[in-house]
Design a protein around this ligand. Structure first.
Ligand code: ADP
Length: 337
């Protein structure tokens, strides 16, 4: 990878969707207006969360999506800019507005998500030929592209095929592609359709940062071994499998190891755990850390995020770029049998 300690020298573009989020405020839930919760309004989305946290890790980040011309789209741009993220590749569609989702908390601590995103402008990613050519030129300036199964699920089949072909050309020029499958069944016509598309993109991924639970849901894996084998078959040379508090599995060039996750004393909200892990991993890795060191960085970033409520935690509570770069030697490696 690129060996540099100069903040902002490495460039990454994250592609996907950011949504308006409405979440009940825990402190007042059930008290306001005859039992209905007060709602806190924010913004979130898997690639958006990761983009924010990678930027905090010292990487120069461009977020790539489509927004509308409404006040919420305006605020997304303001928030991205406040994180130092380049918004120049974000197209605006007149008369449109971002997707929305609501979180419901049940008394037993479960969370339910309801989405209104069918007409979100982000669904037109890579669809318009003129915008696509300009976007390709922008992406070719990047050291790494980051996308997820959600990015793919919301795109049209034609746009996906264009993106897939572009990734092959991008990699041929030395660019790196990082991918998290983030399987969300409701976004796909069928599991078969999801498997077909995800398999195609894994074959164009240099780094796959997968969550075992999602892999099980998508592929029916009983054990991590089958997940490792399948991804090796796709040609993924750097494979990371997240398993909550269980050791993270890492396979680099065929050598499989398991790396412990340090215990987190108070897990408040696991929203954004995988997204922030990916951000810590990529920020460290793209700035010269080894895969093992990068897993230590990913674990520590995720630990901060799950210790707080919400997908995006305040900057003061997150790791600094320096702390991420200092995440060396803290990985405990156990070689698998
Ligand atoms: P996802 O958010 O995609 O479901 P995981 O639940 O596998 O991802 O978690 C991603 C990472 O977050 C883990 O690899 C670990 O670093 C951290 N993490 C998640 N849950 C815990 C936990 N209970 N204790 C400590 N770390 C955790």
């Amino acid at each position: 990878m690129i060996n540099t300690t100069e903040v902002g020298a490495v460039k990454l573009a994250a592609l996907g969707e950011v949504m308006v989020e409405l979440a009940p405020q825990a402190s007042v839930q059930g008290q306001a207006d005859g039992g209905r919760p007060l709602l806190a309004q924010s913004y979130a989305g898997d690639t958006y969360n990761t983009a924010v946290y990678i930027a905090r890790g010292g990487v120069s980040v461009s977020y790539v999506t489509l927004l509308g011309d409404d006040p919420y789209s305006e605020e997304v741009l303001t928030r991205l800019a406040a994180e130092g993220i380049d918004t120049s590749a974000i197209a605006r569609l007149p008369g449109r507005c971002p997707g929305l989702y609501m979180i419901q908390n049940t008394p037993d601590g479960e969370r339910y998500f309801t989405y209104w995103r069918g007409e979100a402008p982000a669904r037109e990613l890579f669809a318009d030929p003129t915008r696509r050519e300009a976007l390709k030129n922008h992406l070719l300036q990047m050291d790494c592209l980051y996308l997820s199964g959600i990015t793919l699920a919301i795109m049209s089949a034609e746009a996906r095929a264009e993106l897939l072909a572009f990734l092959a050309a991008y990699r041929a020029q030395g660019g790196w592609v990082a991918f998290d499958s983030n399987y969300r069944p409701r976004l796909w016509a069928s599991a078969d359709a999801a498997r077909e598309v995800v398999a195609q993109f894994l074959q164009q991924a240099d780094m796959a940062l997968l969550t075992f639970e999602d892999e099980q849901a998508l592929w029916g894996d009983k054990r991590p071994g089958s997940c490792v084998k399948r991804n090796s078959g796709f040609g993924v040379t750097e494979l990371v499998i997240k398993r909550g508090a269980e050791p993270v599995l890492l396979q680099v060039d065929g050598a499989l190891t398991a790396i412990d996750v340090p215990p987190v004393s108070s897990v408040v909200d696991t929203t954004g755990a995988g997204d922030s892990f990916n951000a810590g991993y990529l920020a460290a890795r793209l700035q010269g850390a080894s895969p093992e060191q990068s897993i230590a960085a990913g674990n520590r970033c995720a630990a901060r995020v799950i210790g707080h409520r919400g997908a995006i935690i305040p900057r003061a509570d997150y790791m600094t770029a320096q702390q991420i770069q200092d995440c060396t030697g803290s990985a405990q490696v156990v070689t698998m049998v």
